[in-house]
Design a protein around this ligand. Structure first.
Ligand SMILES: Nc1ncnc2c1ncn2[C@@H]1O[C@H](COP(=O)(O)OP(=O)(O)OP(=O)(O)O)[C@@H](O)[C@H]1O
Ligand SMILES: [Mg+2]
Length: 398
């Protein structure tokens, strides 16, 4: 019995008031809150503080330390991994015991486990979105040099991201971080994912009482194909003539369209010296969310941010910008006159909803309304019409 060793990341509570003397599955504490969870081996509980809700997962010390390290390193590379808040070690128990340690992560808001979107033995209408989300996450992690070692549908959470979905890594017990990954490491990681997903789909079919033949066993392979396509697009080498700089711009724009932020560009002479090979460092998939944060302070997912920036530009054009007013005024007036009043109204109607996602839903509705009427529809009018239509979201792509 004793006091645990706690390693806390900045901006989090100290968690000292939790009853660490007991295993978390025995806890009966005022801070405990119920949250839905996916399938998991290790016990997980959720605790509420003024700073927010946190997930506490109990596991042997070496796994906990590894997960805490990996998630901490990933923080600099991606927003699509659980944010580590602390590592707790019960120094008085055997380090190999299942109760030796716990990783504390910030609760991932507005996200849900995959079984919530399952219909029958597969994903139904959400299939494409979910597969792209997992493939996109794997590309992003591999670019960051992260070998996951246990990618599966239940080791991520899903979240709506405007008209798409995003996947967030929550389980990094087996992961390792390298300066870069070899093709062999990437292939091995994809193989693990494919096997895990086939197993999960078979379990799912059994759970809903459907025939194994009807299970979507090729789902993992479909994720792998999407992964390969995106990986090639992001990393394909580009060799151009010295008078073809426009191709560099094209490539960078395309990467930004895909959401990837880019850093240093290196051009090396190749062949007879009249051609150059372009190497571009591609970092996290945060191009638009970084821009949005800089301009407005709003935290949003990548596609949400892309849509909000579009709305901000639309607002600027409506302001009749004469080019003299600093951009910061446009952002302030957009926040004050458009984003904030409408998200407040949305939250009054739907407490607990993701206000950014619902605002994007509204913007999509306003856009289709304008298209059908052949004119820009002012916010007030479009919002009233959206409410009347039952506040629809984005259509699910097929
Ligand atoms: N930060 C978080 N925010 C929200 N939910 C979380 C968070 N961390 C964990 N969870 C929930 O707890 C569940 C278990 O987490 P995790 O996959 O890390 O546990 P596990 O026991 O290691 O799983 P495995 O069986 O793969 O080893 C997840 O499916 C998820 O629903
Ligand atoms: Mg897990």
């Amino acid at each position: 019995m004793g006091t645990p060793r706690l390693h806390i990341r900045p901006g989090n509570p100290d968690f000292l008031d939790l009853p660490w003397e007991e295993p978390i599955s025995d806890w009966d504490h005022r801070r405990l809150v119920e949250m839905p969870t996916g399938i998991h081996r290790h016990p997980v509980v959720f605790v509420a503080y003024e700073e927010g809700v946190f997930a506490v997962k109990e596991l042997p010390a070496s796994l906990a330390e590894n997960e805490f390290e990996v998630l901490s390193t990933l923080e600099g590379f991606t927003t699509r991994a659980a944010e580590p808040a602390g590592l707790m070690e019960r120094v008085w128990v055997d380090a190999h015991s299942e109760q030796a340690a716990a990783v504390i992560t910030r609760y991932v808001r507005y996200a849900f486990p995959y079984r919530t979107v399952v219909s029958g033995p597969g994903f139904g209408r959400r299939r494409t979105q979910m597969l792209d989300a997992v493939a996109g996450l794997l590309v992003e992690l591999h670019l960051a040099g992260c070998y996951w070692g246990d990618c599966s549908l239940s080791n991520v959470l899903y979240r709506y991201d405007a008209g798409a979905m995003e996947a967030i890594m929550i389980d990094g017990e087996t992961s390792t971080i390298h300066p870069s990954l070899s093709d062999g490491q990437r292939r091995a990681d994809i193989e693990i994912m494919t096997e895990n997903v086939a197993g999960e789909m078979a379990d799912l079919a059994a759970m809903v009482g459907s025939d194994i033949d009807r299970a979507d066993l090729a789902l993992g392979e479909d994720i792998a194909r999407r992964y390969e396509g995106l990986w090639a697009e992001v990393t394909e080498p580009l060799v151009i003539g010295r008078d073809q700089s426009y191709q560099i711009r094209e490539r960078i724009d395309r990467l930004h369209d895909l959401g990837f932020a880019t850093e240093d560009l290196v051009l090396e002479p190749t062949g007879d010296g009249n051609r150059v090979r372009m190497r571009l460092s591609v970092v996290g998939r945060t191009f638009h969310s970084d821009r949005l944060r800089e301009r407005t302070g709003i935290e949003a997912s990548e596609n949400q941010a892309r849509i909000l920036l579009g709305d901000l530009r639309y607002h600027e054009s409506k302001m009749g910008d004469d080019g003299l007013a600093p951009k910061v005024f446009a952002a302030m007036s957009w926040l004050k006159d458009s984003f904030q009043p409408l998200t407040h109204k949305i939250l009054e109607l739907e407490p607990g909803a993701d206000p950014v996602q619902r605002y994007c839903d509204f913007l999509h509705y306003r856009f289709t309304l304008a298209q059908s009427q052949g004119r820009d529809v002012p916010n007030g009018e479009a919002f009233a019409s959206w409410l009347e239509a039952g506040r629809p979201g984005f259509p699910v792509p097929t």
